[in-house]
Ligand binder design. Structure first.
Ligand code: KG4
Ligand code: ZN
Length: 405
């Protein structure tokens, strides 16, 4: 079969993105229009504003992706769009536009789960580098503003399938970075700023207690396990996981995450150390700066604050790496993927690389531009579905809480 060019469209949160990817293995173009400037004054994503900005950006972003790929609407082979999870109104902009385009062009349309997109960002770049030798079982940590999820991923004849073995009980890791940054007057989004400032503080200065999961699950637990699905299909041959693993999955959720506690601990620290006034001064100064640079942040942050930031990041990284590697051992995985916005974090990458190497476990990350939201990952995840003829019906709609299976 010759080359297949898929136009991917992503609008699940605060990035409007379009990309052309060839045969799931080469990025021909990838355009991302960020809405950070729109949401910054509010310290977080405002759903109504996100939808409005997507409406404004989607046509020029798609045109630019086609132009940079030297493609026309007619010369692409199919379209792919994010169905969920994400903000319903934001998702609908991408979905309505993609449906209209697919209908007018008479091209197939593929609906993609955003989280599957993040996993395929890694696969796409590995294929692009010429690495086609992935070993299974494969564990993927998807760590972003909305998710902290562990998936066992399998490649089958009919495409990829996923089993969720751990997820956050409350805040996602990226959400914790964003909330702590907001709390410290560092603006939005918090992850990139905390990443850069952490290098200037002492990560051992503030001790945070290890995250404990005591409270019941605030988010809906995904109850469908691969083993059950296979039984339903009558596929008795899937015995990859020993029996005790199924028991471990169903009963204790050892690989769940919880980050609301550390956020509260930072708040307590701020209160007991009387940091409120200096935080307010920093917030005002940064809000009036056009485009604050690292030096501006540093000039506005005292040693105590930098130590707090570095210690917070160290605790987050320790928890993410510790739980993920424990899950990797439990399920005896051969490959680890770490992906999603927080995977852009330098300390997280370095710690994963170092600790996975000690266990001889190969770990792969997307490049930084492909860690955060983009449409190349959506077009790449769509390719196996394109080959399998898994096209979306014209009446499909956005699913804000879409689970990955
Ligand atoms: O994947 P993404 O672009 O959007 C979602 O699907 O959520 O992830 C965005 C999240 C934000 O919470 C942002 O603060 C975080 O990823 N993030 C980072 C870094 N870059 C982005 N967190 C830590 N360190 C970074 N360098
Ligand atoms: Zn994302």
């Amino acid at each position: 079969m010759g080359s297949t060019y898929i136009l991917g469209i992503e609008s699940s949160c605060d990035e409007t993105a379009a990309a052309v990817v060839r045969s799931g293995e080469q990025i021909v173009s990838s355009i991302v229009a960020s809405q950070i400037a729109t949401h910054q004054p509010y310290g977080g994503v405002v759903p109504e504003l996100a939808s409005r900005e997507h409406l404004r950006a989607i046509v020029p972003v798609v045109r630019q992706a086609l132009a940079e790929a030297a493609k026309t609407y007619e010369s692409i082979d199919g379209l792919a769009v994010t169905q969920g999870p994400g903000l319903a109104g934001a998702l609908l902009v991408g979905i309505s536009y993609s449906k209209a385009l697919a209908f007018a062009l008479d091209k197939p349309l593929i609906a993609v789960n955003h989280l599957e997109g993040h996993i395929h960002a890694v696969l796409l770049e590995e294929k692009q580098k010429g690495n086609r030798e992935l070993r299974f079982p494969l564990l993927a940590l998807v760590v972003s503003g909305g998710h902290t999820h562990l998936y066992l991923a399998e490649q089958r004849a009919e495409g990829w399938s996923y089993e969720n073995i751990g997820h956050t009980r409350d805040d996602a890791a990226g959400e914790a970075f964003d909330k702590v940054a907001k709390l410290l007057g560092l603006g939005y989004p918090g992850g990139p700023v905390i990443d850069r400032l952490s290098k200037h503080g002492d990560p051992r200065a503030v001790k945070f207690p290890p995250s404990q999961i005591k409270h019941p699950d605030r988010r809906k637990v995904q109850k469908t396990f691969l083993s059950e699905k296979n039984r339903a299909k009558g596929a008795a041959e899937v015995t990859r996981q020993p029996a005790e693993h199924s028991a471990a999955r169903a009963s204790d959720r050892r690989f769940d995450f919880s980050y609301s506690g550390i956020k509260t601990a930072v708040l307590r620290y701020v209160e007991t150390h009387h940091l409120a006034a200096s935080i307010e001064a920093r917030r005002r100064a940064l809000a009036s700066a056009a485009k604050p640079q690292l030096d501006d942040y540093l000039a506005l942050s005292d040693r105590e604050t930098l130590n707090l930031i570095a210690s917070f990041q160290r605790a987050m990284v320790g928890d993410l790496v510790g739980k993920t590697l424990a899950a990797a051992r439990e399920f005896d995985v051969a490959t680890l993927f770490v992906t999603g916005g927080v995977a852009a974090n330098q300390e997280l990458r370095e710690t994963f690389a170092r600790e996975a190497a000690q266990e001889a476990l190969p770990v792969f990350f997307p490049s930084r531009p492909l860690s955060t939201d983009n449409a190349a990952m959506i077009a790449a995840a769509a390719y196996p579905k394109f080959l399998a003829g898994q096209f979306a019906p014209m009446d499909f709609s956005a699913e804000a809480g879409l689970a990955l299976k």
